[in-house]
Design a protein around this ligand. Structure first.
Ligand code: MLT
Ligand code: ZN
Length: 470
C-alpha cells in the first residue's frame, strides 16, 4: 500500500470528521508550542473510538506511515511534532475524551486519553474527590499526553509523578492490537508491570487510549502562602520547616527567582505581587482533610518563626479563592511570559532537593563564564528538586545567534547537574530536543535495554519516530 492508498483507506476508516488533510487545518498540528520544530504531516487522524484507532494503526503499519501522537501540543522538547519528511501522520485523540467511570469508594477515575487534565480534575471534583495532578498547561494538556510523558508538575512532592497515579491502561500497539489493561486494582502482582513501560515512553511503544487514575478525597481546606526570601538557601530552609510543621499538609512548594517574576509582571496582563519585590519567592500550598483544623493559624505561626529566623523577608496568605488563583498565576505564567519575552534555552533539570541551592549558585556562574551577560530565569518545583533553569540572551544579542549556541549552553548547565548527581530532564521528557544527550547520560546497558524494548514493541519504528532514542 502506498501513501496515497493509505490516506484513502484512512478516510474510509475514520469518516469525514476523522481525517484532516487540508494544509491550513493541519498547520497547528505541525508545529510545537515553542516553535522550535515544524513538520510536514500529510494528514491528522481523529478517531473517535479505540477500535477505529486500532484499524487506522493497521492501515498505517501496512503503508509504513509513522504515527505521531499529539495531546495538547504543549511539549517543551518537540515530543509531539512530526518530521519534515512528510512520512508521519499526527494522531489526536481529542474525540476520545469521555469519562468512562468514576468511583468515589474505590477512588478511581477511568477516562479516555483525549480528555484534558482540567476536565479530569473537574470530573473528580464533581464526585467529591481530587485528581492529584496539576501542571501549568492543564487546560490544554491531555491525559494521554501527561501519562505518555510521565508529567510531574506542582504536587509531585506529595503524590508523585503521573506514573504513580495510574492503576490501569488501555493501549493500542504498533500492529493495531489492543492491550486491555484497564484494571482498577490497588494490588496486582502478576508478572511484569506492563503499564509502567508505556508511561513516560512518549508514545514510542504504544498509544495510550484510556487510563484508570487514582483519586484522593478532596481536601476540605486549602491554603496558599506567598513569601519573599533572601536566598535559595533560605527557600530550602523554609521547605524543611514546612515539612516538619505538618508533612501531611504540604501540597506544593514552588520557587521563583526575581528575574522570572519580573518577566511575568511585565508580559502577563493583570498580574501584581502581593508583597514587596525581592530576589527570590516561594509559593506554598497546604491542604487539610478537616475544616477548622487550625490550618491557617499553624501556617501563620510557622511563617512568623521563619521570619524570626531570617528565612523569610515577607509573607502573606491568600484570603480568598481569587487571591489564591492570582498567586498561582504568578507562578504558572512563567513559561508564557518567557515565550513573549523572546528566545530562551530551557533546561528542565533535577538534583537532590538538598542540593538545589548549590545548583542555583553554580549554574548561573558557569553560564556567565561561558557567555557574559547571559540572563537566568530560574523557577520550578523546589519541593521535588526540579528546577526550570532557562536562559535568555545577553542584552543586544540576536535571538538566532543565541539559539545557535543552545548545545554549548545546555552542556554547561548539565555539567553542574552531573556534578550534583541530577538528571538532564526532570519532567519534560526527551522528545527530539534531547535525544542527543541519551548516549552520554543513559548509554551502555541502560540504552541497550531501552532499544530492546523498542524493538519488541515497535519493530518497524512507526510509533513517534525519532523521539526518545537517538
Ligand atoms: C512549568 O513548570 O511551568 C513548566 O514545566 C514550564 C517551563 O519549563 O517553562
Ligand atoms: Zn514544571
Amino acid at each position: 500500500m502506498n501513501a496515497a492508498e493509505a490516506l484513502a483507506a484512512l478516510a474510509d476508516c475514520l469518516g469525514p470528521r476523522g481525517l484532516i488533510t487540508d494544509p491550513a487545518d493541519i498547520a497547528p498540528y505541525a508545529e510545537d508550542w515553542r516553535r522550535l520544530y515544524r513538520g510536514r504531516p500529510p494528514a491528522v487522524l481523529r478517531p473517535r473510538s479505540t477500535a477505529e484507532l486500532a484499524a487506522a494503526v493497521r492501515i498505517c503499519a501496512e503503508a509504513g506511515l509513522g504515527i505521531v501522537p499529539q495531546g495538547g501540543n504543549t511539549s517543551m522538547v518537540g515530543g509531539a511534532t512530526p518530521s519534515a519528511r512528510g512520512d508521519e501522520v499526527v494522531l489526536t485523540l481529542s474525540r476520545l475524551n469521555r469519562v468512562r467511570a468514576i468511583d468515589p469508594v474505590d477512588l478511581t477515575l477511568t477516562i479516555e486519553a483525549g480528555a484534558t487534565v482540567k476536565a479530569a480534575q473537574d470530573a473528580a471534583a464533581e464526585a467529591g474527590c481530587q485528581l492529584p495532578l496539576s501542571i501549568a498547561s492543564e487546560g490544554s494538556a491531555t491525559i494521554g499526553g501527561v501519562l505518555s510523558t510521565n508529567a510531574g508538575g506542582n504536587m509531585t512532592l506529595r503524590f508523585g509523578n503521573a506514573r504513580d497515579l495510574v492503576l490501569g491502561l488501555e493501549v493500542v500497539l504498533a500492529d493495531g492490537q489492543v492491550w486491555e489493561g484497564l484494571r482498577r486494582l490497588r494490588k496486582d502482582n502478576t508478572g511484569y508491570c506492563l503499564r509502567q513501560i508505556f508511561l513516560g515512553a512518549e508514545g514510542t511503544l504504544g498509544i495510550i487510549t484510556a487510563a484508570v487514575l487514582k483519586l484522593v478525597p478532596a481536601p476540605r481546606e486549602r491554603l496558599v502562602a506567598f513569601a519573599s526570601l533572601p536566598s535559595p538557601e533560605a527557600a530550602l530552609a523554609l521547605l524543611t520547616r514546612c515539612q516538619r510543621h505538618d508533612p501531611s499538609a504540604l501540597l506544593a512548594f514552588e520557587y521563583m527567582g526575581g528575574d522570572g517574576m519580573d518577566l511575568v509582571l511585565r508580559h502577563i496582563p493583570d498580574t501584581q505581587l502581593p508583597i514587596a519585590a525581592a530576589g527570590h519567592y516561594v509559593l506554598a500550598e497546604f491542604a487539610s482533610p478537616r475544616r477548622a483544623a487550625g490550618l491557617a493559624e499553624g501556617v501563620e505561626e510557622m511563617l512568623a518563626q521563619a521570619m524570626a529566623a531570617g528565612e523569610v523577608l515577607d509573607a502573606t496568605l491568600a484570603a480568598s479563592e481569587a487571591q489564591a488563583r492570582a498567586m498561582w498565576r504568578l507562578r504558572e505564567e512563567h513559561a508564557e511570559a518567557q515565550k513573549r519575552a523572546g528566545a530562551s534555552i530551557k533546561n528542565d533539570v533535577s538534583v537532590p532537593v538538598s542540593l538545589v541551592p548549590r545548583f542555583l549558585r553554580e549554574a548561573p556562574a558557569a553560564c556567565a563564564a561561558l557567555m557574559p551577560g547571559i540572563r537566568v530565569v530560574a523557577f520550578g518545583h523546589l519541593g521535588d528538586g526540579n528546577i526550570h533553569f532557562n536562559l535568555r540572551p545577553p542584552e543586544g544579542m540576536a535571538d538566532e545567534d543565541f539559539l545557535a549556541q543552545d548545545h554549548a549552553v545546555m552542556d554547561t548547565v548539565l555539567g553542574v547537574v552531573r556534578r550534583l548527581g541530577g538528571s538532564f530532564s526532570a519532567e519534560h521528557g526527551v522528545g527530539q530536543l534531547k535525544t542527543y544527550l541519551m548516549p552520554e547520560w543513559r548509554g551502555g546497558v541502560e540504552l541497550d535495554l531501552m532499544r530492546a524494548l523498542k524493538t519488541a514493541f515497535d519493530p518497524r519504528g512507526l510509533l513517534n519516530p525519532g523521539k526518545v532514542l537517538p
